[in-house]
Design a protein around this ligand. Structure first.
Ligand code: SGN
Ligand code: CA
Length: 541
């Protein structure tokens, strides 16, 4: 009798336990996608401590994963964004360069997230020429946007003009949305997109003083003369000494240029400068004049005795002071967003990504800008944090691409990716698996002839080699040995030592072109379309 009694009691407990146990439903993660414009990995201290300290951006890598070989498919702004949103190479999504319009019939991953219950918002620079689809809320800069007192195109309030510094304003809009507009019932996808550190590199007032007095270590290849490479490197117009604007970029006043007999580097040299200073209110202008006035005074004294070499050195320092100065504000903004997530219990279940739309030259090969398949512009920073999935402090050297983001976010959100997306989800890599990821990346750049005059090229990049074809007005092949020639100074395409590897890479490249559905027919079609745009006056140099 006693036994039966205990048996009944035990059964009672067991059934209470059974019915009150609900399998813990894994909540779908939030995603905070932070992207800056033209942020070189050389200017993030998690990658390289020589130029700047970015303690807040570094937090993402310390708590998550740092990718040392993340790269893009087409190193230029709007095309990179189109690749990210569609998960397709430029030749298929159609946004091959900054001039072509984005075809809004493309399906983008935020549309799929939204349709599957995510709340979606975007703040900052998109640079598409049209508004983003799949967003419940957005406030974006028109085109390139302005650093001081920028306009924003908004989803619900038309065009607005805000007073202040662009990086701080984008951060404020992002934080306001998190505080006031977030739907706590839904997971969210938040795109926090900086304009900085894009040209013309205008820092926040509070950083003028510190950055204008700093000096930075020069890159080994600052005085590169482009020997040993083909015509594309020689003809590119992105040299610090010859192509950088004296007024617009280095901030020498038009009056001082005249006084010193310095000619404009480009028809937009002085125009760009005037657009910058004309947007400032009297208070901002005063702070600007104080800081940059002093720099101008010093320069006027020095200039007459400067050699060409001195000028190059001076221009490099001037460039770094402003470029890195803009990053100081980005890092502060990122810190504020990370702090907010932490303080509001949003840290545990949120994926945080920091990246750039491409890499950038910080004086390597004497250059600024990007566009080339060569490392500084081809590689891009990527830091990802996802608590309980990514082991803190991990490092990964796989050749992941911006092409992979769409499928990564969709998988993390439990949404099936369309079968025509061309990337690969990074989720296995986050989990410490995915050892045999991509062994070769495909790259294709189109915007030529246009500003900076980097010739059209496509190529294949493997761990050890890079094979590139420059076409349009040339037919030149280049081959680089990435292990033995880190700075990519010597084209070994015609070196017999490499004939076997050359053959292999040609075959691999042809196979990749087929795999990704790129072809000579498409190359020609895009050239014809470009020529039509040129005729209609829509291409600017
Ligand atoms: C502007 C810049 C170029 C830059 C392109 C594209 N010139 O034309 O230096 O390469 O944008 O940049 S500027 O004097 O007007 O700043 S991108 O990041 O949008 O692709
Ligand atoms: Ca860019």
């Amino acid at each position: 009798m006693k036994k039966i009694f205990f048996g009944i009691i035990l059964l009672g407990f067991a059934s209470i336990a059974f019915f009150s146990f609900k399998p813990k439903k894994q909540k779908r993660p939030n995603i905070v996608f932070i992207m800056s414009d033209d942020h070189a990995y050389q200017a993030i201290s998690a990658y390289d401590k020589r130029l700047i300290s970015t303690p807040n951006i570094d937090r993402i890598a310390n708590d998550g994963m740092l990718f040392s070989n993340a790269c893009v498919t087409n190193s230029i702004c709007a095309p990179s964004r189109a690749v990210i949103l569609t998960g397709k190479h430029s030749h298929l999504n159609g946004k091959i360069d900054n001039h072509f319009p984005f075809d809004t019939n493309n399906v983008t991953f935020p549309q799929l997230l939204q349709a599957n219950g995510y709340q979606t918002a975007m703040f900052g620079k998109l640079h598409f020429g049209n508004n983003p689809k799949g967003f419940d809320e957005f406030k974006i800069l028109p085109d390139q946007g302005n650093y001081y007192n920028p306009d924003f195109i908004t989803k619900n309030e038309g065009k607005i003009k805000l007073t202040g510094y662009v990086t701080d304003l984008i951060t404020d809009l992002t934080l306001k949305w998190l505080k006031e507009d977030r739907d706590e019932e839904k997971p969210f996808f938040l795109a926090y997109l900086h304009k900085a550190p894009h040209r013309e590199w205008l820092p926040a007032e509070r950083h003028y003083k510190e950055y204008l007095s700093k000096t930075f270590p020069e890159p080994e290849t600052l005085f590169d003369n482009y020997e040993g490479r083909g015509s594309a490197s020689k003809q590119a117009e992105m040299n610090l000494l010859t192509h950088m604007n004296w007024a617009g970029d280095s901030k020498i006043t038009p009056e001082n240029m005249k006084k010193l007999g310095i000619a404009e580097s480009h028809p937009y040299d002085i125009k760009n400068y005037n657009w910058t200073v004309d947007r400032m209110n009297p208070e901002q202008r005063k702070a600007w004049d104080n800081a940059y006035g002093k720099m101008n005074e010093d320069f006027v004294k020095k200039y007459p005795s400067m050699t060409e070499k001195d000028k190059m050195k001076w221009r490099f320092q001037r460039y770094m002071q402003d470029y890195l100065g803009t990053i100081a504000a980005v890092d502060e903004g990122v810190g504020k967003v990370l702090d907010f997530l932490k303080a509001n219990n949003l840290e545990e279940n949120t994926i945080i990504v920091y990246t750039s739309d491409q890499g950038f030259y910080l004086g390597e090969h004497g250059w600024f800008d990007k566009r080339f398949i060569f490392d500084e512009s081809f590689k891009t920073p990527l830091l990802v944090k996802w608590p309980n999935v990514i082991k803190p402090g991990s490092k990964n050297s796989q050749m992941v691409q911006n092409l992979d983001f769409a499928q990564t976010f969709l998988e993390a959100a439990g949404v099936k990716a369309p079968s025509d997306m061309q990337g690969e989800s990074l989720v296995p890599i986050f989990k410490g698996k995915g050892k045999n990821f991509r062994d070769a990346a495909y790259y294709h750049y189109y915007e030529y002839p246009s500003v900076h005059m980097v010739k059209r090229h496509y190529g294949i990049v493997t761990e050890n080699y890079k094979l590139v074809h420059f076409y349009y007005d040339v037919d030149e092949w280049e081959l680089y040995d990435r292990k033995n020639d880190k700075n990519e100074m010597k084209n070994v395409y015609n070196d017999p030592k490499y004939s076997e590897i050359k053959k292999e890479l040609h075959a691999k490249l042809a196979a990749l072109r087929i795999k990704y559905k790129d072809s000579e027919e498409l190359d020609k079609m895009y050239i014809d379309k470009y020529k039509e745009l040129e005729k209609s006056g829509k291409i600017w140099r």
